[in-house]
Design a protein around this ligand. Structure first.
Ligand code: SF4
Length: 81
């Protein structure tokens, strides 16, 4: 029998499972908040040095550069068609 083996009651097992699931969810929330990068003022931060073409945040980005680029692309598409 291993040294650290301890028999576990059903209730203790479920408590351990709930604790581990809670820890995993809090960790995922932390990673999500880090992923949504903002500066100290709560303002969105450009993640790609202003190179909007090919940026993974382009479609949902609210920064002025991306917004004006999307508007320019929309206008160009309307003029060409
Ligand atoms: S879409 Fe443009 S402005 Fe927005 S994060 Fe990407 S590079 Fe920066």
């Amino acid at each position: 029998m291993p040294i650290f083996y301890q028999p576990m009651q059903r209730r203790e097992f479920f408590k351990t499972c709930a604790r581990n699931v809670t820890f995993a969810l809090v960790s995922l929330l932390g990673l999500f908040l880090v992923y949504k990068k903002r500066d100290s003022n709560g303002v969105h931060v450009c993640i790609n040095d202003g190179l909007c073409r090919g940026c993974r945040k382009y479609n949902g980005c609210i920064l002025p550069r991306a917004v004006s680029d999307r508007q320019a692309n929309y206008t160009n598409e309307r003029v060409e068609s």
